[in-house]
Design a protein around this ligand. Structure first.
Ligand code: ATP
Ligand code: MG
Length: 351
């Protein structure tokens, strides 16, 4: 039996269905991200797991024990909330030691565990500072240390890195993953940042309007989105309409692409997902069809082009290899390999 089972969890506030029939089984040591736009039910899910929100329906089973009705303080989970609050009148060390003190651990062991945890989050020299004397990123790390030090069976993180600048945020993402792996802590992390979810999770749960849309490993999720929403929420995408002709899909221009393993009735209409970085810009005359560059944006490691072609307006991302980019208005050719177009499932294909 999986370590943590969330079985048909639902939460309604009057007419607002914040969470609808949420199912998830988590193995011990996994890091799972809950990803979705604002208001999709991420915090509600985490709060129900923590015990602060009573679900309308469903069960939570941790290590074989039904904890659905167990009060929060008896669940023993580590929690870092969306607005992480440290105790302002306590030093960093006292903040981190708090949970251990509550559990009545002897002084010597407490000090040892706090020191080890501060080492782990790279804050050994700040133990005697107060929260007001710390930067946002340092506070964030204290909050994570405080949650981890009690060695909880499950760590719940609600947008734990949301207040950090891009650089610190990325550094902390990798750090969090490293610590989580080292301690083997089963972790559920809420984020609305897809790059964060993809880069450090074992699996990602994509939510939309209170419902789970897809649960998959990051690369699988990115390469095989099961809905239009996911194809554009997780990464960028070009969506193309096509009609099934045997084992091929015919696009509006008459261009044909292999259908791949998808099951679709001959003659039916469907939607193809073509990621911008899978498209290539070539000199005029080359590739599958002519295309004109209408706009160009510099993203640092990549160039993002908007091009106009017989299939409509598409986005193309190319690696910045250091050479001059294609100019706007350039008349070029557009190409891609056969196997990079993904067919969305028929039920998700409707425009
Ligand atoms: N106590 C409440 N009473 C009524 N509606 C609520 C309550 N708490 C949350 N909701 C509603 O439930 C839905 C889900 O809210 P939730 O906080 O889970 O979203 P979220 O995915 O965490 O969003 P964000 O990314 O903005 O934090 C929202 O429509 C919200 O307005
Ligand atoms: Mg939230």
């Amino acid at each position: 039996m999986p370590f943590l089972v969330i079985d048909g969890l639902s939460k309604s506030y009057g007419d607002v269905h914040a969470l609808v029939d949420f199912h998830l089984s988590v193995e011990q040591g996994e890091l799972i991200s809950l990803l979705g736009p604002s208001g999709c039910g991420k915090t509600t899910t985490l709060q129900a797991l923590a015990g602060f929100v009573l679900p309308t329906r469903g069960r939570i089973v941790l290590n074989g024990r039904d904890i659905t009705q167990v009060p929060p303080e008896k669940r023993g989970l580590g929690i870092v909330f969306q607005s992480y609050a440290l105790f302002p009148h306590m030093t960093v060390a006292q903040n981190v030691a708090f949970g251990l003190e509550m559990r009545g651990l002897p002084r010597a062991e407490r000090d040892q565990r706090v020191a080890r945890m501060l080492d782990l989050v790279h804050l050994p020299d700040l133990a005697q500072r107060y929260p007001r004397e710390l930067s946002g990123g340092q506070r964030q790390r204290v909050a994570v240390a405080r949650a981890l030090v009690i060695e909880p069976p499950v760590l719940l993180l609600d947008e734990p890195l949301s207040n950090l600048d891009a650089q610190l945020r990325e550094a902390m993402q990798f750090e969090l993953r490293r610590i989580q792996r080292k301690l083997g802590t089963t972790t559920l992390m809420v984020t609305h940042d897809q790059a964060e979810a993809l880069s450090i999770s074992d699996r990602v749960v994509v939510m939309h309007a209170g419902r789970v849309q897809q649960i998959d490993a990051p690369h699988r999720l990115y390469e095989h989105p099961q809905s239009r929403f996911i194809s554009s929420f997780v990464g960028k995408t070009n969506l193309l309409r096509g009609r099934v002709r045997g084992r091929m899909v015919e696009l509006s221009t008459g261009l044909q692409l292999p259908l791949g393993p998808a099951a679709a009735a001959d003659g039916s209409e469907l939607t193809l997902c073509l990621r911008p970085e899978k498209l290539v810009l070539l000199p005029a005359g080359a590739g599958r069809l002519p295309a004109r560059v209408t706009e160009r944006f510099f993203l640092g490691s990549q160039w993002l082009y908007r091009v106009h072609c017989a299939l409509g307006d598409l986005e193309v991302a190319t690696a910045n290899d250091g050479r001059e980019p294609w100019p706007e208005q350039a008349e070029l050719g557009l190409g891609w390999s056969d196997d990079v177009a993904r067919v969305l499932p028929p039920e998700a294909s409707a425009p």
